[in-house]
Design a protein around this ligand. Sequence first.
Ligand SMILES: Cc1ncc(C[n+]2csc(CCOP(=O)(O)OP(=O)(O)O)c2C)c(N)n1
Length: 676
Amino acid sequence: MPATSVDQAQLCVNTIKFLSADAVEKAKSGHPGAPMGAADMAYVLWAKYMRFDPRDPLWPNRDRFVLSAGHASMLLYSLLHLFEFDLSMEELQRFRQWGSKTAGHPEYGLVPGVEATTGPLGQGFANGVGMALAQRMMQSRLKHHADLLNHRVFGIVSDGDLMEGISSEAASLAGHWGLGNLNYLYDDNRVSIEGPTPLAFCEDVGRRFEAYGWHVEVVDGNDRDRVDQALFRAVADEMRPSLIMARTVIAKGAPTKQGTAKAHGEPLGQEELNRAKEASGWPLSPAFYIPDEVRAHFHGLVEEKRNERAEWDRRYEAFRREDAAGAATWDAYMKRTVPQTIGELLAAAAPLEEAATRTHSGNVIQAAAKVIPSLVGGSADLDPSTMTSIKGGGDVSPAGLTCGAPVNYAGRVLHFGVREHAMGGIGNGMSLYGSFIPYLGTFLIFSDYMRPSIRLAALMKLRVIYVFTHDSVFLGEDGPTHQPIEQLPSLRLIPGLEVWRPADALETAMAWARAIGRETAPTALLLTRQKLKPVSRRDGFDGRDVLRGGYVLEDATGGSPDLVIVATGSEVPLAQEARRRLESKGSSARVVSMPCVEAFRAEPDTYRESVIPRGARRVVIEAARTEPWCELLGADCLRIGLNRFGASAPASAIAEHLGFTPEAVVETIERWLGRS
Ligand SMILES: Cc1ncc(C[n+]2csc(CCOP(=O)(O)OP(=O)(O)O)c2C)c(N)n1
């Protein structure tokens, strides 16, 4: 990097600090304290260590930077602006305003250079771990060309990040996986919203991270030389992730608010800001001031970084010229290529036989893994139940299962241990990285443990697949602690997430095909523990109709139903049996299988009405809370569901007691129809 004098560096740091504070002041909301305290270390990191090309923010070998403490967003926006990313001064001045790119917390996809949406503390920490794992896994696939992806993953994490449980889970995995490519600066300012952190946080963070297998440094985070030296050592440690505990002063330079929680979550106030500027010899006006020499300095840094990138381009081009097979591997991963015929391929792998849908899913995964190298996944210590292992895929674990031994990054089977929340955050990071389609398995009930990450996957529009088995009370004897009731409808409430609850092999295969093909959204697959009989379908049924989310499975005799029974997953065969009985009593009933409400909703009105005709009375059968179905089926529909917790008993007894037998269903429907 060009030689930087002390004065010049201070000028740059002051620019970052006051751009951030001015933006918060103008917006009359936001957080000035962390950007001001962390500006020194952020400057050293970005100026000296980070490699990127602002004109090509998606350059695969860029260093990733995750601002896990998303509330310090103005720090990142100031950096992106000064380093000439496509983020204008007007955008800085419109911080937190409607339609601006400078949202309150950094949003992935809105601003080039924002690698992850952060805000819920701890999530970004886990995302970075996922990115670092993805990098290592890609490097092993590139074999002797691994240095084409020799970048690093950096981040700034805060007290709040490290208080959150997800970061402990993720840090434990990062140490376990030996992610020496991961370097976090911990903005150790000992202040959070309610006041000094000793109110709630006196633990020895350094020793905690050392115990996780991290390289830990303690430095004065406002001493740029010290930060530089610590970063140097952290980067040099290829075997362990690093946590640089950088002691900083929140709102450094603000005369009365520095070092206090008053610098948190609200503007400094013009008077305080002016005094801070005066103390730094900074002009009071104009606001958002960037000295010419600062602009020139950042421009020089950018030029230098772009030259480094050009050097990489030459290596990359030579690689493509000289190694056709390597280039094909690169493309298969970087484009996450999926064969056009994936639906047929997966359907062929799921024979129509009596089995649990989790078993069908396990078969489908094997077929998908054969044709999609990007597909990798695992579970949170439930694989024998979730059936999520790629057979022969190799475990991403230390050799010989010896703690500390080299990790087999060439594998495809991920073992998250019992850490659902980190699994969610790491899956997001892997998807953000760009070369993998991660799938994550656990019981549906434990989706609650990873829900914040699922929500963020939907918000970021990430291709992540959740394999949630044991999807209802019919999992049986494990009882109510393990039996999901509200999880199914509540996952459906997350915008952008598609929730598939297939009824048999064909629906499971199509749901997987759909999930894999959704490039810009996550998908949850809800699968049974218990065996289901194959669903009988009319001859000539086109499997692609499943992708419409809901379809006529069995029509009323004569074709014009006065009753439509909608069911999902394990309740579909029950609906079919109930239909047969009702027809024998003179009803003309249709069964609609609706594996995915969201996909069905996206169909044109004409299709939806052809499936659920206007005049017909409607029933839904689903072993979960069913209230949201009213929106689709009308308030006067009959809902056969659950509004209580389940029970510990064999599945057949549960069905008996909770009204999920053909007799009980028919009786309930007939009573509702006024026929009994
Ligand atoms: C999961 C979660 N809980 C609560 C919050 C609200 N919140 C925003 S910042 C913050 C505390 C910030 O303290 P710290 O992490 O030390 O940041 P700093 O004070 O250094 O800015 C909290 C509780 C959040 N963003 N995420």
